[in-house]
Write a protein that binds this ligand. Structure first.
Ligand code: F6R
Length: 264
């Protein structure tokens, strides 16, 4: 596990974009797992800038999104599909055939549908690089506390804390979806590389638990400790409750000398 500490949000967004840009240049057919959410906005903006100004090419990139609300059509203003369309897909040269998203409109045969999403990931050759955010309760994707650490893509009921966090994105008359389809922890752990981004004080407790706490289904991001190639990209606020910050800085310095290819 590598912990990369950045001064503020714009440094964090640039670092994450550099990490992805480097992976895209190394493998133009990269299979990318993507998260939505406020944390990701700066990174998508920077990737779009690199596409427009530096010609970063997404034409052969294949994406699998982590999750989608159940009950929202793909063009619903609050759907994750729409978020991704507006903030990323429409701003780069993605081939629409390469974009994969859980379908939030299904109304039955959930297990079969979720198995087919897993099958699509497998058929594409698996995810090379998975990008994650983290919830205040330590969730990744919508793997809420007590999710099995071996879970696969499935329907998940959102926790009260997540519903609270999501409420701000919905208007006064709008119903906040109570369920989502999400890749599971087992699915996420099969990705070859993982980066997790976190910004702000609200995430500091979850980050400390995920990185320095025990591996537990109560903080599903802690399962990332079991993965051999995870990089946490944090700003100072999100890192503020980590006990070993000095050590992480030293590891980063040594990594830059010994294995520079590991860094963006
Ligand atoms: C969304 C997702 C979630 C978010 C997390 C943080 O696709 O997978 O786990 O990454 O809830 O959301 P923000 O960035 O809005 O704080």
């Amino acid at each position: 596990m590598l912990v990369v500490l950045k001064r503020d949000y714009s440094d964090l967004a640039r670092e994450a974009a550099s990490f992805i840009a480097k992976a895209v240049r190394a493998n133009p057919s990269l299979r990318l797992g993507l998260a939505t959410g406020t944390t990701m906005l700066g990174m998508y903006q920077e990737l779009a800038r690199r596409h427009q100004q530096e010609g970063l090419d997404f034409s052969r990139i294949v994406t699998f999104s982590l999750d989608e609300y159940l009950g929202l059509k793909s063009d619903h203003p609050r759907s994750f599909r729409r978020f991704m369309q507006e903030n990323f897909f429409s701003r780069v040269n993605m081939d629409p055939r390469n974009i994969h998203f859980p379908d939030g409109t299904i109304t039955d045969a959930y297990d079969e549908y979720c198995a087919s999403y897993e099958q699509a990931i497998r058929a594409a050759g698996g995810i090379d690089l998975q990008v994650l955010g983290i919830g205040r309760n330590g969730h990744i994707g919508f793997n809420e506390p007590t999710s099995s650490l071996a879970s696969r893509t499935r329907l998940k009921v959102l926790s009260p804390e997540t519903l609270d966090d999501n409420r701000k994105f919905f208007g006064p008359g709008e119903t906040v979806p109570r369920c989502a389809i999400t890749m599971g922890i087992g699915t996420i752990l099969e990705s070859r590389r993982i980066i997790l981004l976190a910004t702000g004080l609200a995430k500091a407790g979850a980050i400390a638990a995920a990185i320095e706490g025990p591996v537990t289904a109560s903080v599903t991001a802690s399962a990332l400790q079991l993965h051999p190639d995870v990089t946490f990209i944090l700003d100072e606020e999100a890192a503020s409750r980590l006990k070993q910050k000095e050590y992480y800085r030293q590891v980063l310095e040594m990594t830059a000398i010994l294995v520079p290819s590991r860094l963006s």
